[in-house]
Design a protein around this ligand. Sequence first.
Ligand code: ADP
Length: 502
Amino acid sequence: MGARPAPLLIFGAVFAAAFVLAALGYFSLRRWEAAAELQLHGQARDTATMAAEKVEMAVVRAEQDAIAALQAAALAPDFGPAAVEAWKARHPLFNAAYVLDRQGRLLYPVAWTRDEAELIGALRAEISQGFWDRGGRRHVEAGGHVILAAVIPGSARGPLLVGLRRDDQALHRDVLEKALGGTEGQSALAILDGSGRPVFGSRPLDRAEPVLTVPFGEALPAWRVALYQPAGLSPRDMVRRQAMIFMAALALLLVVIAGGLVATYRLVRRESEIARLKSDFVANVSHDLKTPLALIRMFAETLEMDRVPDERRRREYYGVLTRESERLSRLIDNVLDFSRIESGRQRYEITVGPVEPIVHEVVESFRHPIEQQGFVVETAIEPDLPDVPLDGDAMKQALANLVDNAMKYSGDRRRIRVAARREGGGVAVEVADDGIGIPLSERERIFEKFYRIGRSETQGRRGSGVGLALVKHIVEAHGGRVTVDGRPGDGSRFTLYLPGVS
Ligand code: ADP
């Protein structure tokens, strides 16, 4: 019993290790989750930034081309409104153009609306002296629009200031669609205007969630590029899902470890129980063999020395010799059969035959001990029982074990009933006693090999614990079954059900 704490210690250690593993797994998962989220966010930002740069470059290139064309037109000596009109027709990206000379006079358009007058005024105010001198291009915000302002040198009228207003539809069609249209992958890109409303989306944005936005350069001030992910597919969601899968796998692993531990523990307990029962078995069998042998020897010696006072005693002694040697051979048969069953070598020779002679023969073989120990045996065999498939010797052994037990486990009420009756197409054979009975909780276990009920109760009653295991094996080999009923203190009844000829 000193070995008891060892399995507990081992299980405790394994559980502790599993717990540490789970804790480590959890914390590294959290770290990984944070790192992965950061990385995915970084990737999303890179994608959006690249898209912003692509759009910005496309806008700037279109503007450069348009300005270069206008500059070329301005070199012509007859440059005037007609030339600007012709230029506009070729550059639909711009829906309005304003051309001013160095003195601030408006050369184009020849007529303008009130709004345009305001816009032109704002443009004049934005353009400093330095810009006239340095030249170049810049985006200015005037009258709620982004105007590309550029100084064109070298025209016949001296340097000219051009203000170009972009057409949103053309921008959409010629620039945004070309730059962002073919985005692949799960994510969608959108362009948001100054108030955060999407003005363009690379694909439908419904059921998608914005992940992040990045600003454009000066060509599209106030606008931003937004990266959208389908609902449930944002980096955060994806990381969460992965983390959940890992957690679930970890939990499963722990459950498997716990299950394995419990299974191992039960197996070990069962094995050690069997080992204990086996050692009891050896002790019990040795004791069982010794007792009848000692009796046989003693009575044989007495007879041999002719020390028996009278004929009645002599007969009695012969009876003891017969009874004890029968007991010995039954015990040895049990052990041999049991070992044959254990090694899978047991064979039964089953032929169809009557049950009645078997019952009589078994009861008869117990006649001596029955009389000696003061038992009353009632035999009730229904007439005209059907013949059933039987191995006669095996069935005798099974019945003898039941009768032997009925005698062993009887108290003062020494009555045994052996009955055989028709049951379905077969036969049921009962052996009942008025003995100590069997608790309900033990009724399954008594048929296990080596098992004996609460050793103290059966102590003093000889037995090896294999008798009922043999009975069960024998009836099951006949395609039948064995049951037990009765109440503790009120006797037990064992019934063997033997199926008929099928
Ligand atoms: P044993 O050699 O101990 O009799 P068995 O396999 O024949 O082994 O029986 C197993 C246990 O079942 C017995 O130890 C006893 O506790 C219980 N048992 C068997 N038959 C009876 C009975 N007729 N009445 C009460 N208990 C019984």
